[in-house]
Design a binder for this molecule. Structure first.
Ligand code: ADP
Length: 450
């Protein structure tokens, strides 16, 4: 039954039960102490009164004399004086004391006198006459039960408001403690129901367990959102961009079925289909690369990279003529993933040749400027008009379709920009139409200025 209740309710019930138990224990303790104190007080009142009265007894001229300060009844104690033969000389036996109690010197005891109980203390005073006198003090044993009953009554009156307060307080504490958890649940529910991945728990940073949990959830939501967006983008891009080559292929096939007669005509159609298929395949792999970058699913651990070494080796593999791809390298170290760096350089150099003059040049240089390492790809090609300088970084944007058709799909530079961002750097562009362009990657430098 308890397991079905919320944790808040369970905490409240447990705390309230604990408070009730504490209350009962406290009450028991209070009753025990109070009855002990009452008994002690009665006993000490008895002995005080008897001792005090003892000092007030004189023997003068062979006669017993009680001074004026002798009190037969004081603080509920009745004092009596008996002769050595146990006959009452002075004082009045309380009415309810109906028994004949033998004398015992100096011993306080409880005497059962019918309906009541008495503490009785006898003191024998030896003096010059006979065998002295007996002084007897007696006090009713206090009814501690009455006190306990009063205490219990007070407790019964106090208990309900106390327990209500305890339950209310516990519930408030539990509610406050669990509020962050409720926020997390609410956010997760909202994401689930409304498919709104942009929602966050947004708890202020803290060191407690809930803040850490909320932070972990927020990061999880962020990652989910990124993955989801990248997936959406990929699907949209892929379906948009693949539509053209697919319809070209379909059209070419239909045309070939009806009109292609000679082997040469068929050969031409097959070549066209092949070109479109190659374009589709390049496009898909480029899109996949970008999606993986966006999703962060690719393992791209950064490391210290000497750019001079990395680019020199890469150039050797490219096999481009050294009079067209000119290296101007310096030994500069950056902290980056070398595969990503090369993917960026590859795209820029590819473009520089693609949009360069037929026998133009491309300069690949590395230099240092203050706290930045600059990796530059410059060409003396067609250049980029001012109004297109911002647009070329967008996905699928192609400024000069006549020259780029067949190769690329307008994704290269948007990937370059994305990589620069992942590497903690940024791109700049300078370009003069018909004179050439210069793309520069700015990366934070590692180590001292060379
Ligand atoms: P793609 O090369 O596939 O068209 P990119 O994203 O790499 O796609 O480039 C986008 C556009 O930017 C290109 O279509 C081209 O017009 C322009 N561009 C890129 N690099 C250069 C360059 N070095 N010189 C002149 N124009 C360029």
């Amino acid at each position: 039954m308890m397991k079905k209740c919320s944790v808040k309710l369970r905490i409240t019930v447990w705390l309230t039960a604990l408070f009730a138990l504490l209350f009962a224990l406290l009450l028991g303790l209070l009753i025990a102490i109070s009855s002990m104190v009452i008994t002690q007080t009665a006993v000490s009142q008895l002995s005080d009164a008897v001792l005090e009265n003892l000092g007030q007894i004189r023997y003068k001229d062979g006669k017993l004399k009680l001074s004026d300060s002798f009190q037969f009844y004081q603080s509920n104690v009745s004092t009596l004086v008996y002769s050595s033969k146990k006959s009452l000389l002075a004082g009045q036996i309380p009415v309810s004391f109906t028994v004949d109690e033998p004398f015992q010197n100096g011993l306080t005891r409880i005497v059962d006198a019918g309906e009541e109980q008495y503490y009785v203390l006898d003191m024998r005073l030896m003096a010059g006459w006979d065998d002295g006198v007996w002084v007897r003090g007696m006090i009713e044993v206090p009814h501690s039960r009455r006190v306990s009953a009063n205490l219990l009554l007070a407790a019964l009156v106090l208990l309900p408001p106390f327990l209500t307060l305890a339950a209310f307080g516990s519930f408030q504490i539990a509610r406050r403690a669990f509020r962050p958890l409720e926020n997390i649940t609410e956010t997760a529910q909202a994401i689930n129901e409304a498919s709104d991945l942009s929602r966050r728990v947004g708890m202020p940073c803290g060191n407690d367990e809930f803040s850490k949990l909320a932070d972990t959830f927020d990061r999880l939501f962020e990652r989910l959102e990124r993955l989801f967006e990248a997936e959406k983008q990929f699907t949209a891009d892929a379906s948009h961009e693949l539509r053209t080559p697919v319809s070209i292929i379909k059209g070419a096939c239909e045309y070939a079925k009806k009109y292609d007669e000679t082997p040469q005509e068929r050969q031409e159609t097959i070549s066209m289909i092949y070109r479109q298929a190659a374009r589709m395949s390049a496009l898909i792999s480029q899109l996949l690369n970008m999606t993986r970058l966006e999703q962060g699913t690719e393992q791209m651990q950064p490391q210290f990279v000497d750019l001079e070494r990395l680019l020199f080796d890469w150039c050797k593999e490219q096999g481009r003529p050294s009079n067209r791809l000119i290296l101007q390298l310096q030994p500069q170290t950056v902290y980056a993933n070398p595969q990503l760096l090369l993917r960026l350089v590859d795209n820029l150099v590819e473009n520089a040749f693609k949009y360069g003059k037929p026998d133009g040049h491309v300069w690949l240089s590395v230099s240092r400027s203050g706290q930045e390492v600059l990796l530059q790809v410059r060409d003396d090609g067609i250049g980029i008009p001012e109004e297109q300088k911002d647009k070329i970084w967008q996905r699928f944007y192609q400024a000069d379709t006549s020259r780029s058709s067949g190769t690329g799909a307008g994704l290269g530079l948007s990937m370059v920009k994305q990589i620069a961002h992942i590497l903690d750097g940024y791109m700049t562009l300078e370009s003069v139409p018909d004179a050439g362009s210069s793309f520069t990657l700015h990366l934070p430098a590692q180590g001292h200025d060379a």
